[in-house]
Structures are given as structure tokens and as C-alpha cells.
Design a protein around this ligand. Structure first.
Ligand code: NAP
Length: 308
């Protein structure tokens, strides 16, 4: 049987739980549909040092858990379920999930973003067997071993720093000859004695049968194909929004982020987009949480019939 609420929230990260807190606290019945464990990308962050009100570094999972508890204190409920399909165009918004169907008149889409994939052979097949997208989650499995980090932005540098404290050798593999990460972070990485850089390298495959044994790449300067042995491959080449469920229903920008301004209102009445899924300039925990508060306010106003 279909379960209904005033507001359905898809995604249990900072945007989702901030929306849930504000919606539940304003008296709306509120359900958060969350795929795995609550927290989204935040739960995978080793430490967070830039969330206002947290004077000490706090583990991502701990902050995520506090956000969930804060929303549930006011009556929001979490349903652990994978959303399989969304029907958003009518006045009733429906979600088909692995644990049944849900319906509401207002829906806040806060599904976040996931790691961008390289799309090379071996990456998918060896995921969890040497290929990882999260050093804070999986780094300890590679203690004392040789790993590579692919990418040249802030994520790659931050992943490499985390791994350099655990692994024997960390090689940052980048398709250019300079990093685009912040200077301070790059300098910290350059100070690590067990980190080196492989420039102008285009990864062509991750090798291994049962587990990763190495990387195949093309040297873009010489055109030569080479192999780099390693036990772990950490892919850190940016993020992509989790918006596949919205395709054909909502306008997205060229990078597939939901087009919604700071009101979080989308092109569909009663549907709001909050957090990293929304087209915006700065994707941070604090901006995701702010979006969630705005989205809940807008959803409440929509349900009241105000002209928003
Ligand atoms: P990013 O800044 O977009 O960098 C992605 C990197 O991956 C670039 O170096 C890019 O190379 C490379 N890349 C992209 N697609 C690739 C492919 N198919 N094959 C090989 N390399 C590929 O992404 P990010 O580092 O994940 O950062 C995302 C955002 O979060 C940024 O705004 C970043 O500043 C922020 N962030 C901040 C911190 C912090 O501590 N301040 C930490 C993490 C992330 P090219 O340079 O050649 O395009």
C-alpha cells in the first residue's frame, strides 16, 4: 500500500536533513528516502573543518548522524530505500522504491552528487577490489601498500594526503602537467616523502583479475603505453549529480544539475531541488543545508497555497 506524507525528501545528506528539520518543525509530516546509510557524501568525509558551530574538526559521519537526529527529534522519519522511479509532473508526487510506493503533494529532491567515473575497462569490475572513490572510507585497506590517485583537483590532492599517511607509496596520476588544486594543499602534499606525481598520463585501463594489480596508461607527451603496478586505484576526478531519475521531467543544465534558482523551486510546481544536485556556484555542506531550509519553507508555502 502506498504511504503518504506532506513532504517527501529524496536524499539524506545535509540538504535532505536540513529540509526535514525545517519541514517537520513546521508541523508537516515528513519522510526522508535515503538509499544506503544517511549522510550522503558528508558521511564519507574524513573530517569537516568548515561547518559553522563546529569549532573542532568533526568526522563526517558524526555530523551527518547529528543532522539526522536533529530532524527526527521533530518527527521526520527516515526510510532506507532505493528510489527506483519518480513521477513528478502531476499534483501528486510519487516515488517507487525498493520498499514500496510513497506519495506526497510536495517533494524536495536532495539526492546529491556521486563520484565521476573514468569509464575505462576494469574500473567497474574491480570496484571494491582495489578501485575506490573514497580514501577516508577505504584507505585503511591499503595500509603499507602502493596506491595511485587519479585526478588533479582539490579532491585528488586531499585523497592523496589521506593515503600518504597510510600507504607505502602514493602516485598522483594526472592528464596534465600541473594540478588545479589550491596551492596550500598542493604544498602540503609535496612535503610528503612517499608521494610522487605522474604527469601527462591518460589512464586507459585498471588491471587485475580478482584484485587490482596495476594501471595501464598512455604517456601523452610521447604516445607510449605503459603500466604502473599498484594495489589500489583511487579515482578523484570530480563529481556528477544524481539526477538520472529526473531525466525528461525537469530541465537540467548541460552538466545535468537541476535548474533551480536560490528559491530551490524547479520548473514543476511542488518540486524543489536542494543541495549539490542544484545548479549553483558553491557546493559545500553549509550551502546544501541552507538550500534544505529554503526548500522546506517553499514546500510549506506551496502546500498552504501561497503564490511562491
Ligand atoms: P575538479 O576540481 O573538477 O577536478 C577534477 C580533476 O579531475 C581535474 O584535474 C580534471 O582534469 C580531472 N579529470 C576530470 N575528468 C577526468 C577524466 N575523465 N580523466 C582524467 N582526469 C579527469 O573536481 P574535484 O577535485 O573533485 O573538486 C570538486 C569541487 O569540490 C571543487 O570546487 C573543489 O574545489 C571542491 N573541493 C574542495 C576541497 C577543499 O578542501 N577545499 C576538497 C575537495 C573538493 P583537468 O584539470 O584536465 O580538467
Amino acid at each position: 500500500m502506498e504511504q503518504s506524507a506532506d513532504v517527501l525528501i529524496v536524499g539524506g545528506g545535509p540538504a535532505g536533513y536540513a529540509a526535514a528539520l525545517y519541514a517537520a518543525r513546521s508541523g508537516l509530516t515528513t519522510l526522508v528516502l535515503e538509499g544506503a546509510a544517511p549522510g550522503g557524501q558528508l558521511a564519507a568525509a574524513e573530517v569537516v573543518e568548515n561547518y559553522p558551530g563546529e569549532p573542532e574538526a568533526v568526522e563526517g559521519w558524526r555530523l551527518a548522524e547529528r543532522m539526522r537526529q536533529g530532524a527526527e527529534r521533530f518527527g521526520a522519519a527516515t526510510v532506507l530505500a532505493q528510489v527506483l522511479a519518480l513521477h513528478l509532473t502531476g499534483p501528486e508526487k510519487q516515488a517507487e522504491t525498493t520498499v514500496g510506493a510513497f506519495a506526497s503533494r510536495a517533494l524536495i529532491y536532495a539526492a546529491g552528487a556521486g563520484p565521476r567515473k573514468l569509464g575505462v575497462p576494469g574500473e567497474g569490475a574491480l570496484r571494491g577490489r582495489g578501485v575506490s572513490f573514497c580514501a577516508a572510507c577505504d584507505g585503511a585497506l591499503f595500509r603499507g601498500r602502493d596506491v595511485v590517485v587519479i585526478g588533479g583537483g582539490n579532491s585528488a590532492v586531499s585523497e592523496a594526503l589521506t593515503l600518504s599517511r597510510l600507504c607505502r607509496r602514493v602516485t598522483v596520476v594526472h592528464r596534465r602537467d600541473t594540478l588545479r588544486a589550491e596551492r596550500q594543499a598542493v604544498q602540503a602534499l609535496e612535503r610528503m616523502k612517499n608521494v610522487d606525481f605522474l604527469w601527462n598520463a591518460a589512464v586507459e585501463a585498471v588491471e587485475g583479475e580478482k584484485a587490482v594489480t596495476g594501471l595501464r596508461y598512455r604517456d601523452l607527451a610521447t604516445g607510449e603505453r605503459r603500466r604502473l603496478p599498484c594495489a589500489g586505484v583511487f579515482v578523484a576526478i570530480g563529481r556528477q549529480p544524481e539526477t538520472a531519475l529526473l531525466a525528461g521531467q525537469l530541465p537540467l543544465d548541460p552538466a545535468c544539475y537541476v535548474l533551480a534558482d536560490e528559491t530551490t523551486a524547479t520548473a514543476l510546481p511542488g518540486v524543489f531541488a536542494a543541495g549539490d544536485v542544484r545548479a549553483k556556484r558553491l557546493r559545500q555542506i553549509v550551502t546544501a543545508a541552507a538550500d534544505g531550509a529554503v526548500a522546506a519553507h517553499m514546500a510549506a508555502a506551496y502546500l498552504e497555497g501561497w503564490n511562491v
